[in-house]
Write a protein that binds this ligand. Structure first.
Ligand code: ADP
Length: 334
């Protein structure tokens, strides 16, 4: 509420500054006009007197006529000057106000992101630790049958993997803050995609995957762990952001100097205005207080940084009738 009031107040101040500067310019214009009219009236009287005394052909009359023309020209110049300065001043003022407002919005958004990140990271850290602790406590207190031990330790392992991914993402994103130098080696993207989809089929039995390879060779030079992270982040997001029955399509297409990778899902989709922002660090759509999906907002940031480091290109669009489609173009050679 306080923020809204402050915002409102700043808009009122901005409006006042704009109106006040417009008003002062108008007053200046009026004053210039009054001064000109007074000078012009005197000039007319002087001209009439000179005409009467010496006639229209006299030197004095001619000089006065020249002075009158100069007065008109000066007045016109001054009018243009006032108008020009008003426009210049208003332009500077509006640009300044716009920049201040944009900076303020960015600051508010950054604060929201930081808060979201802290909330999500504490949740992401706390919940696997709590699960693992509970499992270990159960092991300590009860004599479990081998089957149960298998089941519980499987659960603990999954939670440990979650923690590991979180720590890896955090470290990776810190590394990406500086420059990321890919460790280039030959990668068969088709082989890598097949392996990852195979693993994910086991990990997420509820999800359906389809793969399509258009071309013969999908070899590129790249950083294996980086490209793996790109594929995994896109595929896992595709599953995570589907409400029910995820259907994920992975497509590779051989092009002249590129390999095009597409990952499409039938999930909740990404609104138009957020399509660029999702690549920002810690950016998550919506509010952490109400969100049900887990995450840190690091995945797509990492993906974009890695793609950029490979001189590739990433974009996203709606996957009609429902979902999102990410498209990446990887250059074949480094
Ligand atoms: P995280 O998944 O940890 O929140 P990401 O950086 O991977 O972070 O994604 C940023 C945000 O983009 C997510 O919070 C989600 O709102 C949105 N998003 C990413 N992938 C998808 C997708 N396939 N479908 C819908 N929304 C997505």
């Amino acid at each position: 509420m306080r923020k809204i009031r402050l915002r409102l107040l700043s808009y009122v101040v901005m409006l006042y500054m704009l109106l006040a500067s417009g008003w002062w310019s108008y007053l200046l214009f009026q004053k210039n006009e009054t001064a000109f009219e007074a000078q012009s009236s005197i000039m007319i009287l002087q001209l009439a007197a000179a005409e009467q005394a010496d006639g229209k052909k006299s030197q004095r009359y001619t000089t006065l006529l020249e002075e009158q023309a100069a007065l008109f020209a000066k007045n016109e110049r001054q009018e243009w000057m006032i108008l020009g300065e008003t426009i210049f001043f208003l332009t500077i003022l509006i640009a300044g106000l716009y920049l201040i407002d944009r900076g303020y919005r960015k600051e508010v958004e950054a604060a929201r992101q930081r808060r979201n990140f802290l909330l999500s990271i504490s949740h992401e850290l706390k919940s696997p630790i709590a699960s693992i602790k509970l499992i270990l406590q159960t092991f300590q207190k009860r004599n479990l049958a081998t089957e149960q031990v298998q089941k519980f330790s499987g659960g603990a392992l999954k939670e440990t993997e979650r923690l590991e991914k979180l720590v890896t993402d955090l470290l990776f994103s810190a590394r990406l803050e500086k420059t990321f130098e890919p460790n280039y080696e030959a990668i068969d993207l088709q082989q890598l995609s097949n392996d990852l989809v195979q693993d994910l089929r086991l990990k997420y039995p509820q999800a359906h995957f389809s793969t399509e390879y258009m071309g013969e060779h999908f070899h590129m030079e790249g950083d294996r762990s980086g490209i793996t992270s790109v594929l995994l982040n896109l595929l896992e997001n595709a599953i995570k952001y589907c409400k029910e029955s995820p259907f994920i399509q992975l497509q590779l297409q051989e092009q002249d100097k590129h390999i095009e990778l597409k990952v499409a899902d039938n999930g909740i989709g990404i609104p138009e205005r957020e399509k660029k922002q999702v690549f920002e660090k810690f950016y998550r759509i919506g509010n952490e207080d109400t969100r049900s999906t887990k995450g840190t907002g690091l995945g797509l940031f990492i993906v974009k940084k890695i793609v950029d480091a490979h001189k590739g290109n990433i974009s996203l669009e709606d996957n009609l009738p429902q979902g999102t489609r990410f498209k990446i173009q990887f250059p074949i050679t480094a």
